[in-house]
Design a binder for this molecule. Structure first.
Ligand code: FAD
Ligand code: NAI
Length: 478
């Protein structure tokens, strides 16, 4: 007799494991299958997906270590602290990162046990339909097992996109997986793509001493961010020594005796070769849909390989949902999680809803960049009547005390109703500060609401209130 479940989740990344937990909380019998691209040394699948194993969590551990190193050299002397002989042991830094990853992935195993979720170790795929649900094959180390599920949630995530003529070996030419495992800081690092990974990973190795050159195909920098933030970021990153070349065309990458050489054409059409010890390819990600046998249940991927879904993540097959990186929308862990919760609650007959416009974005550079809602250029092109308020961290006592006073917060509000339409931050702790703006937007707050809310003093959050006050030209400390 085949095992039967109310809900089978395919993939245990942040989308899948959160969907499984929420479905279990709501009383369903739940299984989650994971073949794991990220086996641990004992050969067990490591849960947590890209986020925990080769994305958000390990990268932010390296961001923190490299920021601590850079601060020790450049900022501590300003505090009167003498620092001599500071060095970085990259092997130890990597061990710290691995320990965090191991703790977090083991945490997901614990949560599965706590919520009585059955972990099926193996690759999930569709075998066909039954009267009440779906026949699923789980292909594990011991062979194939067929299970039955009334509802299926596909949460198979994404993998790095590669480009022709640049063969990734994850030793010298790396995607996100190899780029997080360097055992020493390269002297010269090349990065293809000035997107989120390029800037975050490039900044890690720059802080640890690498000369970093980022080659970007687009003629403009950080096009998704508000233009004033992109301008400020470009200025600050240049000052930090990141070389960013825009409008390039990438040619052939060749392994050399000392590393790799990469040919490219600049925005004027001149040809160049960049010699470096390591090269990172970070040009976006593609959804994981191969071997799911989606055709067996009548699902077809779109031209870019994503599984088409409606606003509630329902696919073309009744009772089959898809969430996270494998469907439209931003490839962000919190987006995958929210979709997981939404689908589980829908299955339980609830009426959840996601407002994608209130979903924050963060880039973990120094300083951090974060935003929610619309950019000023979007509002302009929509012909919207809007007001702006901006306040610099340099006029905030807490920022000065911390020695982190670069950047600003900019708020955009409707010209008539004063509803907040977007908030854009470049500055210290932007990743935490943006949560207040996301909450305000979720509740359709006005800039006046934020301006009238008491904020703690001294704190970086006062910059948010001052930006709100600045909308009506009544910032108090400037
Ligand atoms: P994934 O995390 O990719 O998980 C999918 C899981 O499904 C994997 O474990 C995979 O092994 C498994 N799987 C695939 N196919 C099958 C199958 N057929 N059967 C069983 N299992 C299967 N996002 C943020 O919000 N903040 C960040 O700071 C951030 N940093 C990032 C840094 C890097 C370097 C990278 C690469 C990404 C980062 N992201 C970040 C993006 C984030 O990691 C993804 O958006 C998120 O992991 C997507 O979650 P998911 O559950 O959809 O997929
Ligand atoms: P990305 O989409 O952020 O950036 C890719 C960059 O590469 C773009 O600027 C693009 O124009 C450029 N590019 C594309 N093809 C190119 C080519 N042939 N030559 C040169 N440049 C080229 O993708 P990235 O950085 O790979 O990250 C993937 C995803 O992972 C992100 O979209 C994001 O969703 C997620 N992520 C999120 C983070 C966060 O939330 N802090 C951190 C890291 C990743």
């Amino acid at each position: 007799m085949n095992k039967q479940f109310d809900v089978l989740v395919i993939g245990a990344g942040p989308g899948g494991y959160i969907a499984a937990i929420r479905a279990a909380q709501l009383g369903f019998s739940v299984a989650c299958c994971e073949f794991s691209a990220y086996d641990d040394p004992a050969g067990e699948p490591r849960l947590g997906g890209t986020c925990l194993n080769a994305g958000c969590i390990p990268l932010k551990a390296l961001v923190a270590s490299s920021e601590a190193f850079e601060k020790a050299i450049h900022n501590l002397p300003d505090h009167g602290i003498t620092t001599t002989g500071i060095s970085i042991d990259v092997t130890k830094m990597q061990k710290r990162k691995e320990a965090i990853v191991t703790k977090m992935t083991a945490g997901v195993q614990f949560l599965f046990r706590k919520n009585k979720i059955t972990l099926l170790k193996g690759r999930g795929s569709f075998a066909g339909k039954t009267d009440t649900g779906y026949r699923m094959i789980i292909s594990g180390k011991e062979g194939d097992e067929e299970v039955l599920a009334q509802k299926v949630i596909i949460a198979t995530g994404s993998k790095a996109r590669h480009i022709p003529n640049v063969k990734v070996d994850n030793v010298t030419i790396c995607d996100n997986e190899g780029a997080l495992k360097f055992t020493e800081a390269p002297k010269k690092l090349g990065v293809i793509g000035a997107g989120v990974i390029g800037l975050e990973v490039g900044s890690v190795w720059r802080r640890l001493g690498a000369e970093v050159t980022i080659l970007e195909v687009m003629p403009s920098f950080l096009g998704a961010a508000d233009e004033s933030v992109s301008r400020e970021a470009s200025k600050l990153f240049l000052k930090q020594g990141l070389h960013i070349k825009l409008g390039v065309r990438i040619g052939q990458a060749k392994l050399t005796k000392d590393g790799v050489s990469i040919a490219y054409t600049d925005d004027q059409g001149s040809e160049h070769t960049l010699e470096c010890d390591k090269l990172i390819v970070s040009v976006g990600r593609i959804p994981n849909t191969e071997k799911l046998n989606l055709e067996a249940v009548g699902i077809q991927t779109d031209e870019r390989g994503f599984i088409p879904v409606n606003d509630h993540c329902a696919t073309a097959a009744p009772g089959v949902y898809a969430i996270g990186d494998v469907v439209r929308g931003p490839m962000l862990a919190h987006k995958a999680e929210d979709e997981g919760v939404m689908v589980a609650e829908l299955l339980a007959g609830q009426k959840p809803h996601i407002d994608y416009n209130s979903m924050p974005w963060v880039i973990y550079t120094t300083p951090e960049i974060a935003w929610v809602g619309k950019t000023e250029q979007q509002l302009r092109s929509e012909g919207r009547d809007y007001k702006t308020g901006q306040f610099p961290f340099a006029a905030n006592g807490r920022a000065l005390g911390l020695g982190d006073s670069e950047g600003f917060i900019k708020m955009l509000a409707d010209g008539k109703t004063d509803e907040i339409l977007g908030v854009h931050i470049i500055g210290a702790s932007a990743s935490d500060l943006i949560a207040e703006a996301a909450l305000a937007m979720e509740f359709h707050a006005s800039s006046e609401d934020v301006a009238r809310t008491c904020h703690p003093h001294p704190s970086l959050s006062e910059v948010m209130r001052e930006a709100a006050l600045a909308i009506e030209k009544r910032a108090l400390n400037m």
